[in-house]
Design a protein around this ligand. Structure first.
Ligand code: DI6
Ligand code: FE
Length: 399
C-alpha cells in the first residue's frame, strides 16, 4: 500500500467501536491527508514510499474537537465576574442589560480584523493542546451585518491557522436593544432574513438558539428551527441550561445534531434525544464558572445510550475557558465522567455533535489524518492533570 507518512512505534487510542480502541505497538499511515491504516504494526499491510516518524512509544489520539464555542467576541466580562463574586446572579446581570448584551456592544464596535485578532490567542491556546477542529458560533452581533461579520471572522480564523473551523449561526441568542423588547419580531428577522442570507452565502454549517427564560421560548425556537430546515441547515440547541423548558425534546423533534448543556433536562427529553440520534454536549466550564449545583443527567444519558460530547463553551460570560484538557478534568471532577467518556467526548462524540462523524473523530481508514501525539504514560493523565499540557505534536491532514 502506497502512503505519504507513517507514524510507528506508537500506542493508539483509535476511539473506534465503543471503548478507547487501544492498540499497543501501533501504526498510523496517511495518504493525501487521509488515514489509510491505523492499527497494530503486526497486522499492517506492506506500507511503501513513506516518510517514517518514530513516536518512541508515545500515545496517539484523534486530533481533539471543541464542538461548542463562542470563540469570536470583543472585550471581556471580568467586571461582571467581580459583580457575581459579590453576590449578583448571571440572570440578574443579564436582565439589567449587562451579560450577553455587553459583549454584543463591544463586538458590534469591532471590525472583522479586530475580532480575528482578539480570538487568535484563544484559538492558539486550544491548538496548543491538540485541537484540530473547532466549532464557532455567532450570537454577539444580533443584526444581519454584525452576525455576518462574526461568522466571517470565524471562517478567517481557519485561514490564519491550520485548523478546521465549523460555524454556527446563533442569531437567536439574545434580544438586541433596538428590538425594544419585541422577541417575536426579532425572531421573524432571524427566520426571514438572517437564516436565508447566511445559508445563501454558505457562511454556516448549522443553526443554534438559546432556549431559556432569559433567551427565547420553545415556540420561538421552533420557528427558528423551521426556517433552518427550509434553508437546508441542521440545527443544535442551548437546551435546559438554567431551567427545564423541554429543550431536549424540542431539539430531538427537529432531528438536531446536538442538544447542549442539559443540566435541567428530564427523562422524557433524554429518551427523545436517544430516539432521534441527537448527541448531548455537556459544558462543565459553564457549570463550574456559574457555580451550578444541578448536575446534567449523566445516568439517563448513559442508560439511553446518547452519545456524550464535552466542549469548552469558550465565551466571556459563563465559561472563559480555552483549554479542552481542563474541560476533560472538569467533566470528570464535576460530573464524574470516566476517562473513557471524557476522551470520547472530545473526539468521536464531538464529531457526531457536528455531523462530521464520517470525516473526523476516530483513527480509521478514510478519515482525515488529524492526530494528537502525547507525552504521557497513560491516557488517564490527559484527564487527571490540571493546568498541564503534555502535547508532543499535532498533525493536521497528515502534516
Ligand atoms: N449559554 C451560555 O452559556 C452562553 N450563551 C448561552 O446561550 C453565555 C454567553 C454569554 O454570557 O456571553
Ligand atoms: Fe454556549
Amino acid at each position: 500500500m502506497r502512503c505519504d507518512r507513517i507514524w510507528r512505534n506508537a500506542r493508539l487510542a483509535t476511539l473506534t467501536g465503543v471503548g478507547l480502541g487501544v492498540v499497543e505497538n501501533g501504526v498510523v499511515a496517511s495518504k493525501d491527508g487521509r488515514i489509510v491504516y491505523a492499527g497494530a504494526e503486526a497486522g499492517a499491510p506492506q506500507l511503501d514510499g513513506a516518510e517514517l516518524v518514530d513516536c518512541k512509544g508515545r500515545w496517539i489520539t484523534p486530533g481533539l474537537i471543541d464542538c461548542h464555542t463562542h470563540l469570536v467576541y470583543a472585550s471581556d466580562r471580568a467586571r461582571e465576574f467581580e459583580m457575581r463574586l459579590s453576590g449578583a446572579s448571571y440572570e440578574e446581570i443579564a436582565r439589567a442589560g449587562g451579560g450577553i448584551l455587553s459583549t454584543v456592544k463591544a463586538t458590534r464596535a469591532a471590525s472583522e480584523q479586530q475580532l480575528v485578532e482578539a480570538a487568535l490567542p484563544r484559538l492558539d491556546a486550544l491548538i496548543g493542546e491538540g485541537v484540530t477542529t473547532i466549532e464557532i458560533k455567532s450570537g454577539y452581533g444580533l443584526s444581519f451585518e454584525h452576525e455576518i461579520k462574526q461568522l466571517r471572522a470565524a471562517r478567517a480564523l481557519g485561514q490564519e491557522r491550520d485548523v478546521r473551523v465549523v460555524t454556527t449561526l446563533l442569531g437567536a441568542h439574545a434580544l438586541p436593544p433596538e428590538a425594544n423588547g419585541d422577541k417575536e419580531k426579532y425572531i421573524s428577522l432571524v427566520c426571514r432574513e438572517m437564516i436565508p442570507d447566511v445559508a445563501r452565502e454558505a457562511l454556516v454549517d448549522a443553526v443554534d438558539a438559546f432556549c431559556e427564560t432569559i433567551g427565547f421560548s420553545p415556540e420561538q425556537t421552533a420557528r427558528v428551527f423551521e426556517a433552518a430546515a427550509v434553508n437546508g441547515l441542521r440545527v443544535k440547541l442551548h437546551a435546559d441550561q438554567l431551567s427545564n423548558s423541554h429543550g431536549a425534546e424540542l431539539a430531538a423533534r427537529f432531528g438536531a445534531l446536538s442538544a447542549d448543556h442539559l443540566e435541567h433536562s428530564d427523562e422524557a427529553g433524554i429518551a427523545a434525544m436517544a430516539k432521534a440520534g441527537t448527541a448531548a454536549v455537556l459544558l462543565p466550564g459553564a457549570f463550574y464558572f456559574l457555580r451550578e449545583t444541578k448536575q446534567p443527567p449523566l445516568e439517563l444519558l448513559r442508560h439511553y445510550g446518547v452519545p456524550i460530547a464535552i466542549a469548552t463553551d469558550c465565551n466571556p460570560g459563563t465559561s472563559p475557558l480555552s483549554s479542552l484538557l481542563l474541560t476533560m478534568n472538569l467533566a470528570a471532577t464535576c460530573f464524574r465522567m470516566t476517562v473513557e467518556e471524557c476522551l470520547a467526548g472530545v473526539t468521536r462524540n464531538a464529531a457526531r455533535a457536528l455531523g462530521l462523524e464520517r470525516d473526523i473523530g476516530t483513527l480509521e481508514p478514510g478519515k482525515h489524518c488529524d492526530l494528537a501525539i502525547w507525552n504521557v504514560e497513560s491516557l488517564a493523565e490527559l484527564v487527571y492533570r490540571i493546568g498541564f499540557n503534555p502535547l508532543h505534536s499535532r498533525v493536521m491532514g497528515g502534516r
